[in-house]
Design a protein around this ligand. Structure first.
Ligand code: ADP
Ligand code: AMP
Length: 218
C-alpha cells in the first residue's frame, strides 16, 4: 500500500501513523520527523529547514521533494509506505506524481483527516512528544500515565518549538493557503478518502482501517 495522510497540523496524522504502520508493517515517512532529526544532528539540511520551521513556514519545495524522492528509492519502501506531512503544496504533489509514474508505483489512496479549525489550536498547544521514541501525547486528550514520561519507552516528553500559539496560528494559515487545495487535487484523481478526525483516537483509527483493509496485499 502506498498511502498519504493529509490534513491540517494537529489533525492526528502522526498519532494515526504510529498505529497504522504497526498494523500494516509499513515504513512511516514523515518529512517533519526527517527535518527534526536533521536539526538534532546539526546537519546543513537541518540548519536550512529550521529557519522555516521556526517561523511556521514551509521548507522550500525543491529541498523537500529531493529528500522524499531519495527516500522512496530505499529498499524498505518496495512493499509500500505511509507518507505523513508530504505533499503539502501542489508543486510537491505534482513532483510526487511524476516520480511515481516513473517508478510505475501509483498511490493506493489519500486519507484526509478532517478536523475543525477551533479544535486544532488546543490540540497543537497541548501536544507533547517523546524525545526517545517520538510517540505523541496530549496533556488533556491523550495524557501519559506519569506526567512528562513516555508510557512506551520511559523517555522524556517535550513540547515542540513550533507548538506555541503564535507559530501554530501561522502554520494553520499556511495550511489553508498552500495545502488545503490538495484535497480537491486528489479528489479529482478519485483516490481521496476523508475521515472524521474529531472522533476519539481509536474511532478515527477504526475508520481508517476499514478503508485500508480493502487494499491489503496491494
Ligand atoms: P499531526 O501529526 O496531524 O500534526 P498529531 O498526531 O501530532 O497531529 O496530533 C496533534 C495532537 O492532538 C497530539 O497532542 C495528539 O495527542 C492529539 N490528538 C490526535 N488525535 C486526536 C483525537 N482524535 N482526539 C483528540 N486529540 C487528538
Ligand atoms: P510537521 O511535523 O508535519 O508538523 O512539520 C513541521 C514543519 O516541518 C512544518 O511546519 C514545515 O516547516 C516543515 N515541513 C514538514 N513537511 C513539509 C513539507 N512537505 N513541505 C514543506 N515543509 C514541511
Amino acid at each position: 500500500m502506498r498511502i498519504i495522510l493529509l490534513g491540517p497540523p494537529g489533525a492526528g496524522k502522526g498519532t494515526q501513523a504510529e498505529r497504522l504502520v504497526k498494523k500494516y508493517n509499513l515504513p512511516h515517512i514523515s518529512t517533519g520527523d526527517i527535518f527534526r532529526a536533521a536539526i538534532k544532528a546539526g546537519t546543513e539540511l537541518g540548519k536550512q529547514a529550521k529557519e522555516y520551521m521556526d517561523r511556521g513556514e514551509l521548507v522550500p519545495d525543491d529541498l523537500v521533494v529531493s529528500i522524499v524522492k531519495a527516500r522512496l528509492t530505499e529498499p524498505d519502501t518496495a512493499g509500500g509506505y505511509l507518507l505523513d506531512g508530504f505533499p503539502r503544496t501542489k508543486a510537491q504533489a505534482e513532483a510526487l506524481d511524476a516520480s511515481l509514474q516513473e517508478l510505475n508505483t501509483p498511490l493506493t489512496g489519500v486519507i484526509n483527516i478532517d478536523v475543525a479549525q477551533e479544535e486544532l489550536l488546543e490540540r497543537l498547544t497541548g501536544r507533547r512528544v517523546c524525545r526517545g521514541c517520538g510517540a505523541t501525547y496530549h496533556i488533556k486528550f491523550n495524557p501519559s500515565t506519569v506526567r512528562s514520561v513516555c508510557d512506551k519507552c520511559g523517555g522524556e516528553l517535550y513540547q515542540r518549538d513550533d507548538d506555541t500559539i503564535e507559530t501554530v496560528k501561522q502554520r494553520l494559515e499556511v495550511y489553508h493557503r498552500q495545502t488545503e487545495p490538495l484535497i480537491a487535487y486528489y479528489q479529482q484523481q478519485g483516490i481521496l478518502h476523508s475521515v472524521d478526525g474529531a472522533q476519539e483516537i481509536d474511532e478515527v483509527f477504526q475508520e481508517i482501517v476499514q478503508f485500508l483493509d480493502k487494499f491489503v496485499n496491494s
